[in-house]
Design a protein around this ligand. Structure first.
Ligand code: 5CA
Ligand code: ZN
Length: 409
């Protein structure tokens, strides 16, 4: 699949800083030390509805990861998937009496538009589940042949007990895992499973549903976790730097994915850091396509909201926090954008050298965007209060805000 166009990332004076980030698996902050090419996999959308602010907040977090790395003059190898066949997509298409392929294409196109408008850097590899199927089938066969997967009425399940490291991403107890598994696409109550938590790797063809040639597995379609594993291993290999997504993906998705990959390769861990963004809520509940309490990025754009203001609204919250979207959040961001734009519209101003370092310091410290925004606020306040004589300083601020925060002033 094609991704979306990249906005240019201006180079900044001085040196970037290494990223210290919270890793769910170890439960603490770790300093990543990627090679010259940093490797990141971020779970993509299931395209059955438009991009909402919760999605945008999560992608914003991983966009910042890349911007910190780019500032250290590293290259970034970024891979993202599109879950373009899965139960919720097929259910929505059926509910609305439309073709599932067309629905996925339409919503993926809108996602690309939203990501472009928000200046999110595109992945180098943007891969759909459907196009990954030829790579998924041999992985499932290998797991089965190694005794790590078993068949149940034609479907193939992964045996969580085959991975000695199972549980080391989320550290949940069995009861919590069982609950979340039922909520998030699993089927812990299906009779005949060896362990209720075992996730499906390959679902045998169902009447009226799309299916693909699965070689010795028979016709069917892939499970959710193996999709991301196949794509990540194909494009990044084991031991990549960051596996990213919202906190609702820590279990089961990232836990199961890590287990699949670890059993397949015999290596540990799949990712050096499992990074999870908090959940954005609306009216007190997590924004979710299944509940329908959504504010869409595209709706705001069509209403004339500047995408830079949407981005500032996201950046005003620490990526790990759970937070609530309100009209006030957007109003504050619009006001901040106006203040910043006015401050950089003059040819000279207070020196920007310290500010660039403050933004760098804040972001390298677990992507602390709110602290970075506060630093820019202080510079803008000084500019408005008394100005300054440093010629070109406003240009440096513009470039830093663009390069490190993805906001075009
Ligand atoms: N296709 C899978 C991942 S392989 C999936 O979870 N798709 S999704 O469309 O449901 O979510 C896409 C990303 O947005 C995930 O990282 C998810 O954790 C994140 N996300 C979903 N809802 C919210 C929310 N309310 N707040 C923050 N992030 C969210
Ligand atoms: Zn995923």
């Amino acid at each position: 699949m094609h991704a979306w166009p990249a906005s240019e990332v201006p180079a900044l004076p001085g040196e970037g800083r290494d990223l210290r980030i919270h890793d769910t698996a170890t439960g603490g902050l770790i300093t990543l030390d990627p090679g010259p090419v940093a490797r990141i996999y971020v779970c993509g959308i299931t395209p059955y509805d438009a991009t909402h602010l919760g999605h945008a907040a999560t992608y914003n977090a991983f966009d910042l990861v890349q911007r910190v790395w780019l500032d250290t003059k590293r290259q970034v190898h970024y891979v993202q998937n599109v879950t373009d066949v899965d139960d919720p997509l097929l259910e929505r298409a059926q509910r609305d009496g439309i073709d599932w392929v067309g629905l996925a294409e339409k919503e993926t196109s809108l996602f690309r538009e939203d990501m472009t408008a928000l200046r999110m850097l595109p992945p180098q590899h943007y891969i759909g589940a459907v196009e990954a199927i030829p790579g998924i089938v041999p992985l499932v066969e290998r797991l089965r042949d190694a005794g790590a997967a078993y068949e149940l009425e034609g479907d193939v399940y992964f045996s969580v007990e085959s991975d000695p490291h199972f549980g080391q991403v989320s550290h949940l107890d069995a009861a919590a895992m069982r609950l979340l598994s039922a909520e998030r696409g699993g089927d812990p109550d299906r009779p005949g499973k060896k362990n209720p938590l075992d996730p499906m790797l390959w679902m045998a063809a169902r009447e009226g549903e799309p299916s693909w040639d699965g070689a010795s597995l028979g016709r069917g379609r892939p499970g959710w976790h193996i999709e991301c594993v196949a794509i990540a291993l194909d494009h990044l290999g084991m031991g990549f730097d960051v596996q990213g997504g919202g906190s609702d993906l820590a279990f089961p998705h990232h836990e199961m994915g890590a287990s699949h990959a670890q059993v397949l390769t015999g290596e540990f861990p799949m990712a050096k850091a499992y990074v999870h963004a908090g959940m954005v809520a609306l009216h007190g509940e997590k924004m979710s396509k299944s509940k329908g309490n959504l504010v869409f990025v595209s709706k705001l754009r069509y209403d004339g909201v500047d995408p830079a203001a949407i981005r500032l609204a996201l950046l005003a919250h620490h990526y790990r926090a759970d937070w609530e979207w309100t009209d006030q959040v957007l109003e504050d961001a619009v006001a901040r954008l106006d203040t910043w734009r006015a401050a950089v519209s003059r040819p000279d101003g207070p020196s920007a050298d310290a500010l660039v370092e403050e933004i760098r310091e804040a972001l390298s410290n677990d992507l602390d965007a709110p602290t970075a925004l506060a630093a820019v606020d202080r510079w803008a306040a000084l500019q408005h209060a008394q100005g300054g004589t440093d010629e070109g300083a406003p240009g440096v601020v513009s470039r830093a805000v663009d390069a490190l925060l993805g906001v075009a002033l």
